[in-house]
Design a binder for this molecule. Structure first.
Ligand code: NAP
Length: 333
């Protein structure tokens, strides 16, 4: 019991429920507290997951001296405020994607983590899926030659009522921040460097947010990433990494990738199928606990400077769209 990492969860929405389930399957994690803006929701969530402490404000959880690490599952516009409050109290933080709404906020969040000397990580599940680490191994081994292009899409096809977080620009909604971040982060993981050119198109829907968009990123050796993202559009959730000698296909990349295929000269030469254990959020929770046990202040699989770089790319993509979020301040004006 003494060696368990003690977690607190801020907010009781969709993803916080999934994260609570993920923690419950990890023997070295103790889910000690949950906080909501309302006491009723905190108590209900605590009862559902057998959590000993339920707080009626996020600040009370941040002030709980027994908590080691806080998971932030609030809308994008609150990530900086909520994470900063916890880090200022000496807590480690795992903050949902997108880390913030713009690069300026991301830099501020990372600055605070470093000032307080606490662990911080953006919750980006694909970085921690074992099967995707095998993709990186294939690339490193030169199995597809030189990587020249990448194609990935992350399209949800939800029906969101007016005001729902996903399409509400006041809460940092829209396809770029909500799902575009996955494909941009994926391109960043594969090419492992910032792009030199960025272009994008979007459709701004009736609710004032980007319902769907595409982005093309070009890198210094001419490599290109072709990315699409949407919130109301059906799509095949797969990705291709294209090289001079062959390509890698990843099925269900952003849902739960369970199959990767290596294709050389149009022939499938290697296939790995591997089931996901749990609901996949357990992989990122395990990585946080590994880092805490080893005294790391950031994860090598989702470095903080890379999270900032990803926010910078998203700022660049949306600048020509005239798309602004409620707490955009100096930049993108
Ligand atoms: N990793 C993934 O697979 C994944 C999937 C979905 C979402 N996400 C990310 O998780 C975060 C939350 O998404 P979600 O789908 O869980 O959202 P959600 O269901 O709307 O839940 C968000 C929660 O944030 C709290 N909150 C604080 N201020 C709020 C405000 N002004 N309006 C609405 N809610 C507010 C609420 O909890 P209380 O009322 O209890 O305070 C609410 O339940 C986002 O960053 C999103 O991108 C990640």
């Amino acid at each position: 019991m003494e060696n368990k990492i003690k977690w607190g969860i801020i907010s009781t929405g969709h993803i916080s429920n999934k994260f609570a389930n993920a923690l419950k399957m990890l023997p070295n994690a103790e889910l000690l507290a949950v906080a909501s803006r309302t006491k009723g929701k905190a108590s209900e969530f605590a009862k559902k997951y057998d959590i000993p402490r339920a707080y009626a404000s996020y600040a009370e959880l941040a002030n709980d001296p027994d908590i080691d690490v806080v998971y932030i599952g609030t809308p994008h516009t609150f990530h900086l405020e909520n994470s900063a409050m916890c880090m200022r109290k000496g807590k480690a933080v795992l903050c949902e994607k997108a880390l913030t709404i713009n690069a300026e906020e991301a830099k501020e969040m990372v600055r605070i983590a470093r000032e307080e000397n606490v662990f911080l990580m953006e919750a980006m599940i694909p970085r921690h899926i074992p099967l995707l680490k095998k993709v990186l191994k294939w690339i490193k081994e030169g199995r597809i030659g030189e990587v020249r292009m990448l194609k990935a899409s992350r399209c949800a096809h939800g029906i969101f009522p007016k005001g729902a977080r996903q399409l509400n620009p006041e809460l940092g909604g829209g396809s770029l921040l909500d799902v575009g971040v996955y494909v941009i982060s994926f391109a960043s993981m594969i090419f492992n460097k910032p792009p030199v050119e960025v272009a994008g198109l979007s459709h701004i829907g009736d609710l004032g947010s980007d319902e769907q968009g595409v982005a093309i990123l070009k890198y210094d050796q001419g490599e290109i990433a072709d990315l699409s993202f949407a919130l109301r559009t059906n799509a095949v959730d797969e990705a291709y990494i294209l090289g001079t000698e062959g390509y890698i296909k990843i099925d269900d990349l952003f849902a739960v990738p369970t199959k990767i295929t290596l294709v050389i000269n149009q022939k499938e030469v290697d296939i790995i199928e591997e089931p996901i254990i749990g609901n996949a959020l357990n992989y990122e929770a395990e990585e946080v606990m590994r880092c805490l046990k080893e005294g790391l202040k950031e994860s090598p699989f989702m470095p903080l400077d890379e999270s900032i770089q990803i926010m910078e790319i998203m700022d660049q993509i949306r600048k020509p769209w005239g798309l602004k979020y409620s707490n955009d301040k100096k930049q993108n004006n």
